[in-house]
Design a protein around this ligand. Structure first.
Ligand SMILES: *Cc1c(COP(=O)(O)O)cnc(C)c1O
Length: 414
């Protein structure tokens, strides 16, 4: 593969090869990342990228969309089947744009909505003041409780009743516990609000039957590249009554021509998610995360909320006398990739926060199970306990590489 690229542009080719090697030889433990199949990657690299298809199937502004329409319809039908949804819009380019389209459809500028606080695990687009969502809307935030570091649904209901937002957003990017979407729906509907579920991180677990689903939500948004393991993109699912405003908000409200090569790749990923090995994969992601949390806690590392119900773990690096930045940088030098993250009731700055976020979707894609997790957990612990020890980091990096070669990735790119 990549022969033409190699011939045409060695600079880009070399950098692409280096990145592929980095992915092969290191442990990706960033919970929002995954390794998509070669079939998904191939669909993304097709001449479908050349086509303008503004509009929707059979209602395009350009001619020549006979096959593009079939591809987009296929993606829509598969998404509806997979999620058991009334309506699917497969055009959003990314999770952030999909959320933007939903807010455009459901709110007027200045309206009140409610989302999870960023420092408690919410996403930037759930109303952070530095993001469009916090600038255009009157966003009220809920968070986790100080003692449990979990959402208290009774308190959430009280806050919703007091604030009366027009829309309540559930979902998070750094919340290690199960989210009760049905409870969110009830809280929203009790005050006449719309419930929008952002299941970006945990969508795979939901489809795998190892996390509560969001079927009662009025609108569901998910990215397609995290636990779903598809292309970098997003989709919106909704009840029939919201279909028109959602479609109009995506196009012409927000985007121009959709990326049909990515839509083709989404169709492939939806098909993969309906195959029999998808559920066991998701079950294993969760088992691996639980095993990792256990090793870390056994090694006296504080894990936010005392464990995990999903694919991710939030560590409090200050429990080892270091910061999230020092810890994540040291781990990178040992070939283990994760990200620094704020923790609830953060005492430090967002640029050098207390937490380290880790997840198991990518390493589970490689086939790693509890035995490997035990080993990885010990490596992580030893690096975090001695982050300036270059010899140790080099040694672990070699061991990581050896383990990765036993669970190879992307043989097609050799
Ligand atoms: C990743 C994520 C998004 C945004 O996705 P992008 O594709 O990076 O724009 C939105 N919401 C949640 C909860 C996410 O985890």
């Amino acid at each position: 593969m990549l022969e033409s690229l190699k011939k045409q542009d060695t600079v880009v080719y070399d950098l692409v090869q280096k990145e592929i090697t980095r992915q092969k030889d290191g442990l990706c433990m960033i919970p929002s990342e995954n390794h998509a199949s070669v079939a998904v990657l191939e669909a993304m690299g097709t001449p479908l990228s050349n086509k303008y298809a503004e509009g929707y199937p059979s209602k395009r502004y350009y001619t020549g969309n006979e096959f593009i329409d079939q591809i987009e319809n296929l993606a829509i039908e598969r998404a509806k089947k997979l999620f058991n949804a009334d309506h699917a819009n497969v055009q959003p380019n990314a999770g952030s744009t999909a959320n933007q389209a939903i807010y455009f459809a459901m709110l007027d500028v200045g309206d009140k909505a409610m989302g999870m606080d960023l420092s408690h695990g919410g996403h930037l687009t759930h109303g952070s003041p530095v993001n469009f969502s916090g600038k255009l809307y009157n966003m009220v935030h809920y968070g986790v409780e100080k003692d449990t570091e979990k959402i208290d649904y009774d308190k959430l209901a009280e806050l919703a009743d007091k604030e009366k937002p027009k829309m309540i957003i559930s979902g998070a990017t750094a919340y290690p516990r199960e989210i009760d979407f049905d409870r969110f729906t009830k809280i929203a509907h009790d005050i006449g609000a719309v419930h929008m579920a952002d299941v970006s991180h945990i969508v795979g677990l939901i489809l795998g039957g190892v996390h509560k689903d969001s079927k009662t939500a009025d609108i569901t948004m998910t990215t397609t590249h995290k636990t779903l393991r598809g292309p970098r993109s997003a989709i919106i699912l909704c009840k029939e009554e919201f279909a028109k405003p959602i479609d109009k908000a995506v196009f012409p409200g927000l985007q121009g021509g959709p990326m049909e090569h990515i839509i083709a790749a989404k169709a492939v990923a939806f098909q993969e998610a309906m195959e029999p090995d998808f559920k066991p994969y998701q079950t294993q992601i969760k088992k691996n995360a639980a095993a990792l949390a256990k090793v870390l806690m056994d090694n006296k590392i504080r894990v936010v909320s005392g464990g995990t119900d999903n694919h991710l773990i939030l560590m409090d690096a200050t429990s080892m006398g270091i910061t999230g930045k020092i810890g994540s940088t040291a781990l990178e030098e040992a070939g283990i990739y994760c990200n620094r993250n704020t923790i609830p009731f953060e005492q430090r700055s967002p640029f050098d926060p207390s937490g380290i976020r880790m997840g198991t979707p990518s390493i589970t894609t490689r086939g790693m199970k509890e035995d490997e997790i035990g080993q990885i957990g010990e490596w992580i612990t030893s690096v975090l306990k001695d982050p300036e020890n270059s010899g140790l980091k080099e040694e672990i990096k070699e061991k990581v590489k050896k383990l990765c070669n036993e669970f190879p990735l992307y043989k097609e790119f050799e």
